[in-house]
Design a protein around this ligand. Sequence first.
Ligand SMILES: [Zn+2]
Length: 156
Amino acid sequence: MISGRCAACKNQRRRCPSDCIFSPYFPANDPQRFASVHRIYGGSNVGKMLQQSPPYLREQAANTLHFEAQCRIQDPVYGCVGIISRLHQEIHSTETALAKIQTQIVYHKLKIPRVEAESNLNVLSTLDAESNLNIFPAQRRNMQEFQWPNQAPWFN
Ligand SMILES: [Zn+2]
């Protein structure tokens, strides 16, 4: 058994060259990582995709291929699109709930001034009643003052 082979070369039962495209991204201590991408894409296709990727993006490409392969194994029909679809549904239901709450906030904001207006109307009617009570004696007093001088010359 040759030691130091990467997971891909171990899986393919070949010698792992020093410039192996797989070895930085598929270490020997995680054989399942390569097994899943091999199962979904095929080992040589993974190697081609890594070769075609610029070196600074290869780690990200390997991680993405692994993630997508895991999703496809768990959900053979939709793969990672199933996750995207579920997240879109969550966003939609959350936006719907947010819109309902915003509508309720607007409704309650509109309702509070109406209550204030109603209570102001009650206050106004109370003030009117009080001022009317004050007006009546004043009018009565004015009438008395008004009637007496007018009556005096006519009746005297
Ligand atoms: Zn290798």
